[in-house]
Design a protein around this ligand. Structure first.
Ligand code: CTP
Length: 437
């Protein structure tokens, strides 16, 4: 988890470009800007409901005013008293409580963000079809703020065409539907369908609140590579590089918050999966190429943030290479790896697809970057100056983003998240109009 996790809510909403609601659907006056952001936590009936207690605690402790709206079946898993005590608000599941206050309309109108965690297949279906039989579904229909769904269900239910279509409908309308995690499910089965870690859901919620009006990647599919490839020599050794994956992961997280469907192709990064992204793990440059070529046909944007080894050992020893007394070591013969960025740029899988590359340069940063942009044929090239203590593994960096149109956007020294936002700003401006999800 990044240090920014416990960033105060007031700071998190500072860049939102919209004031928190007053409660009547109107933006708050400037003087009321200190009001806590209002979050509705919808909880539907799955065993993972207990994990929403931790999410609720993180939201309240970081300065959000949280109303919990469980479904009736959620209360079979965690009772009303728990939600009420942790949120400091009364809890109701149906529209017949507080009728004089028209709670079923007011709660949604007053929200700055709605997060549904866990979201069952049933709740996703109701939300996609606009049903309004209880307080949560009423709230979803009246909310005009961003909505985040964190689904949890058995793998078969998640993969069923009905659920796939409901998820696509919700995403097309601008909701963030987080990809479930893979792992142990209720009972003995394992697979995709686990509720992501509450800390990761919190992080998505925080970023979606901060992104506010910048929901300019809704309906887009972006594919990002991150980390560094490893080229094995034998079962215990490899040729690798120092890339941590932080920049690519920051890009993935920022794109989720701006509404994109995100595929993250991760090469050997130790970072936790960013909630909301579909993570594909790879090891070598050849595997990274395969994963990118597989994901690209459906992508509006492809970003090559991974550090790819230009060469790999010509041979792989199936047993550990041993030293022999009195013998010089064998030189390591290398062969070229494919240039994935050049290939993706030359063979655009879709008309209007944007391709973004990264360049690590140690000197003559801009001239070398321009030459590399032309050589690789991409639309944007983010050029970083690297050295032993610069960029690799660091939290911050400085860059210049070069455009094929001759543009040059300097990004001052700062967090990798800020660079990620600048990249998406430039991408969102350059994308052709969306044709639908
Ligand atoms: N890249 C790639 N495939 C490779 C090598 C690099 O797709 N085999 C991509 C990287 O992901 C990055 C960009 O190309 O987006 C530039 O990477 P960099 O290492 O700076 O460039 P190189 O092609 O290695 O060029 P040079 O060795 O001349 O610096």
């Amino acid at each position: 988890m990044e240090e920014s996790t416990n960033q105060p809510a007031a700071e998190a909403t500072a860049g939102a470009g919209r004031e928190p609601h007053t409660g009547a659907g109107e933006p708050a006056a400037a003087g009321a800007a200190a009001r806590k952001p209002s979050v509705v936590l919808g909880v539907s009936g799955g065993i993972a409901a207990y994990k929403a207690c931790e999410l609720l605690r993180r939201l309240t402790e970081s300065g959000h005013d949280v109303r919990v709206v469980p479904t009736a079946s959620a209360l079979h898993f965690v009772g009303e008293a728990t939600w009420s005590a942790l949120s400091g608000h009364p809890v109701s599941t149906e529209v017949w409580t507080d009728v004089h206050e028209v709670a079923h309309v007011r709660i949604g109108q007053a929200a700055d963000l709605v997060v549904v965690a866990p979201a069952t297949a049933d709740t996703l279906a109701k939300a996609a079809h606009g049903l309004a039989g209880d307080l949560l579904t009423n709230t979803l229909l009246t909310a005009r703020c961003p909505v985040v769904f964190a689904p949890a269900m058995h793998t078969e239910m998640w993969e069923h065409p009905a659920t796939r279509e409901n998820v696509a409908t919700l995403r097309r309308r601008g909701a963030v539907v987080i990809e479930p995690a893979v792992g142990r499910l209720t009972g003995v089965d394992t697979g995709k369908g686990r509720l992501p870690d509450p800390g990761e859901i919190f992080e998505v919620a925080r970023r979606v609140l901060a992104a506010g009006a910048r929901r300019d990647l809704v309906g887009r599919h972006v594919v990002v590579s991150a980390g560094g490839t490893r080229e094995p020599l034998d079962p215990v050794r490899f040729l690798g590089n120092r890339s941590s994956g932080k920049q690519g992961y920051a890009l993935a997280r920022a794109a989720v918050a701006r509404g994109a469907r995100v595929t993250l192709v991760s090469a050997n990064s130790a970072l936790p999966d960013p909630a909301g992204a579909d993570v594909v793990r790879v090891g070598t440059a050849v595997q990274l190429r395969e994963a990118m070529v597989k994901a690209a046909p459906d992508a509006d944007v492809v970003v090559m943030a991974a550090a790819v080894a230009d060469f790999r050992p010509a041979t792989y020893a199936t047993g550990k290479i041993k030293k022999r007394d009195g013998q010089e070591p064998e030189p390591i013969a290398l062969v070229r790896n494919p240039d994935i960025l050049a290939e993706l740029s030359a063979e655009r899988a879709r008309p209007g697809q944007l391709v973004v590359g990264f360049a690590a340069e140690t000197d003559d940063v801009v001239p070398n970057g321009r030459a590399k942009l032309a050589r690789k044929g991409c639309d944007l090239l983010v050029v970083n100056e690297v050295g032993e203590h610069k960029t690799f593994g660091a939290e911050e960096n400085e860059a210049v983003v070069l455009g094929a149109d001759g543009s040059e956007t300097p990004v001052p020294y700062g967090p990798k998240e800020a660079l990620a936002e600048t990249v998406w700003d430039l991408v969102a401006r350059a994308l052709p109009p969306a044709t639908g999800a």
